[in-house]
Ligand binder design. Sequence first.
Ligand code: FRU
Length: 473
Amino acid sequence: MNALHTAWEKLIEEESRRQKGRTDQDLWRPRLHIAPPAGWLNDPNGLCQYKGIYHAFYQLAYFQPEGGLKFWGHCTSRDLLHWEFQGVPLCPDQPFDCHGAYSGSALIEEDQMYLFYTGNVKLLGEHDYVNTGRESNTVMAVSSDGMRVDTKELLMTNGDYPDDLTRHVRDPKVWKQDGRYYMVLGARTREDEGTVLLFSSEDKKRWNYVHRFRMEKPFGYMWECPDLYVLDGHTVLSISPQGVEQDGLRFANKYQSGTCFLSGDFRETKALGEFRELDGGFDFYAPQTFLADDGRRIQIGWMGMPDMEKVYRNWTVGRGWQNMLTIPRELSVRDGILCQNPVRELKEWWKEERRIKGTYSGPLEPCCELELTTEGGDVKVVLAGGLVLRYEKAEGIFWMEFTDPLLGGGRDIRGRQVGALQELRILVDVSGVEVFLNGGQDVFSTRFYPEKDQYHAAIEGDGIEGVLRYREG
Ligand code: FRU
């Protein structure tokens, strides 16, 4: 333990004492979703199941609700729904990570937890921080109890990455397969092309570059937070590209997150299939997955969007915290489409339910779920009087639109071609809404900020039936 680490621990402890109870009392605090006890949260990191317990780490600027120096926050859960904050185990306290313990992943082996992450360093001076002035270090931290970090080891620096890259190389996702370790890293080339690098290792410490994944035509200038996994027989590459131009309804957010299928062995194939966005709403970025002990591939994303501070307001900033993660989602492939659905544990969360048949208008609990089936015609669901979820059969488009600017904090409208609509599942958790269509083939996520007495739903559409689930208090 060095003096800098000890100083951080002390400051973190003081800050948690100062904040205690403050954010918990906040009316916009989610019940099910992971949110920071104080400060700013972004990407999920180091997701894993360790000795039976689920661990979720996340990017945390503990002292700066508007974003700033990044640490890893940590929470644990037995059911992916009740999360308990466990502190801030990864701090920027070494020369190789002094300007941020950036995103990364976890690998569990022989009861040890290995955390791979990017140590961010920004040098003083006249730099563009793209081609000069930035160090992106790949670091491995080891924990023997899943709570505290015992050691940190620098594995790779910019000199170890291919020569044609800028200084932007980050977000290691590591896994073990066929007796070897593999790592994907997101990168930006000097030609401003986003790419994912594949490395392999025999011992987790010495890494060899294998090859890179790229699109046939350049697709954005930087790919962040890569993930590679096998799902129902398909090899999936998940990426968060930056710099992709809007194309009609597609790519409407500042940055994207989506998946491509890979044909053949990922160690040999470089060509990627078509990129499909994972979410059609306003707030979804940098997802990561992990394999649960029971074989489920579970994904959690950041329910937010970088660099939107001036456009989307999150009204909790003044209350000392900002952002949350998505509900953990089970992934599957159906009819060649990657589907996301809330983890099955959610069914157990609800205590009450009310049947809905036809038009409905009534109050909502701030944490609830609507599960509806339709006859395929137009559907309109208005939440809190100002968030309109609308399906237009003629065009096959599903829209998410804020008609109340305060409620959406500046978010306006997003739409997506979804074909026919049969099922609609809406999860409301106080200040977040996730909409799952047709068994999770399409998903829309957004934050929203209703006043205390504003929780309400109005539902219209032919042959709508379903159930409203909730849990009081
Ligand atoms: C994505 C990202 C990552 C980086 C982290 C820093 O949101 O930019 O690429 O590691 O956030 O907080």
